[in-house]
Design a protein. Structure first.
Length: 349
């Protein structure tokens, strides 16, 4: 089977709905009442684990807004007709965050670090992506995510998940046990500036003649992190603020091209290290500020807001994330918006 035949076969993907800021995700039947796992079930699950946190995202609740631009070198045009890969500059709005639904949590190096980006094109369309700094994702299905969420609830005595509950979860989800073994082999990065942010799930890049290519991407840092003053509540965020005050931070966008035998629909499985890559350009972040109305606080980083030339694969996590992100957005925007714990102007040098 040649690459073209395989990739056209992968083109049977779900449609998606992409609208302006505050997008609501496309809802597949699996997350509806026919499957017994609804968007509300996820929101209730986050509330059960992290408590009520009105006005904040239900996951990646603690964050800070950034802005900058992406300079494309044109190399990505080989596999995608998306405007972002035309040679030139695209403005970017972004958000760094830590995984979890507690906006007042203390920073730790072990917490997965997130980067959401929204690329703004001249015609008013966008590309949005939400990434984390892990080599693979913990789960490969919406049910797995939901089950892991509940199993991760800390117990009062230790502040950590109940070992028996987590062991039972891992026994039922061997894919997560295998993914965690890979994740634990990688030391946590020392801060936001030194982290590699990955898509983890697979997307299909579409070129000018309609050929679809499976791709995973990563933003590779070009700087080390400023040492965090661990033990303080905002150690990682404060270090990021101090680092960005010293000048822009930069990442290379590297596209990894999948082969016919690669796992296209399972984000817990890595692709071999020898896969061909394309250096598509340079992301530069120039400004940082506390979350407030009008910046990244008000963006839903829905992974199905895609430009022409990038399509979703059939990975079930994509439509699940889109749907739950949309539900979270609608819930928090209808609530009082309290101030973020991360106040950029209050960070000492």
């Amino acid at each position: 089977m040649d690459r073209r035949s395989l990739l056209f076969g992968l083109g049977a993907v779900g449609a998606f709905l992409a609208i302006d800021l505050g997008t609501v995700g496309y809802v597949n039947r699996w997350i509806g009442p026919h499957a017994g796992l609804t968007r509300q079930a996820f929101l209730d699950g986050f509330r059960r684990v992290y408590g009520p946190q009105p006005g904040f995202r239900r996951n990646h609740a603690k964050g800070v807004a950034v802005k900058g631009y992406f300079d494309s070198n044109g190399n990505g045009r080989e596999i995608s007709r998306a405007a972002v890969f035309l040679p030139g500059r695209t403005s970017v709005t972004g958000r760094f965050s830590l995984s979890g639904g507690d906006p007042f949590m203390a920073d730790t190096l072990e917490s997965p670090k997130g980067l959401g980006l929204a690329f703004d094109f001249a015609d008013g369309t966008q590309w949005r992506t939400a990434m984390i700094d892990l080599p693979v994702f913990h789960v490969n299905s919406p049910q797995g995510f939901y089950d892991r969420l509940l199993a991760s609830k800390p117990v009062a005595a230790t502040g950590k998940p109940d070992p028996a509950v987590m062991s039972a979860f891992l026994a039922q989800h061997p894919e997560t046990a295998a993914a965690m073994a890979l994740i634990n082999k990688q030391p946590p990065s020392q801060g936001f500036g030194a982290s590699t942010y990955r898509s983890l799930v697979t997307f299909l890049f579409v070129d000018d003649v309609g050929v679809r290519t499976p791709v995973r991407w990563a933003f590779i840092p070009l700087q080390a992190a400023v040492r965090a003053r661990l033990g303080t509540t905002n150690a990682l965020f404060d270090a990021l603020v101090r680092q960005m005050r010293g000048g822009p931070l930069r990442w290379r966008l590297v596209l990894t091209i999948g082969e016919p035998d690669d796992p296209i629909l399972d984000a817990t499985l890595p692709w071999p290290n020898d896969r061909r890559t394309i250096d598509a350009g340079l992301l530069t972040l120039t400004g940082i500020e506390s979350e407030h109305a009008g910046n990244a606080r008000d963006i839903n980083f829905d992974p199905l807001v895609l430009p022409d030339g990038i399509e979703p694969s059939a990975d079930p996590l994509l439509s699940a994330r889109s749907s739950v992100y949309g539900a979270s957005y609608r819930a928090r925007t209808g609530e009082y918006n309290p101030a973020s714990l991360v106040q950029v102007d209050e960070v000492a040098l």
